[in-house]
Design a protein around this ligand. Sequence first.
Ligand SMILES: [Zn+2]
Length: 83
Amino acid sequence: MGGKNMKAMTCKQLGGACDKEFHAHTFDEMAELSKEHGREMFRKGDENHIKAMNDMKELLKNPDAMNEWFEGKKKEFDAFPDL
Ligand SMILES: [Zn+2]
């Protein structure tokens, strides 16, 4: 209750490139996990993740678009059923 339950989102759902699932209580936590995973895949030289990260970098250049994306994902997160 009170947003304490875990939710799951995949790397792809968070703008990434694979079906790895992240489990988190809050969207901020979720975004952090996905970023960490993205960095790891980037270090490994995974092409799909590098491409996805480049797309995200383009988005970051436009704060309005970034906010919109972030809010949209947050709503998606809130709409998912708790695990
Ligand atoms: Zn991934």
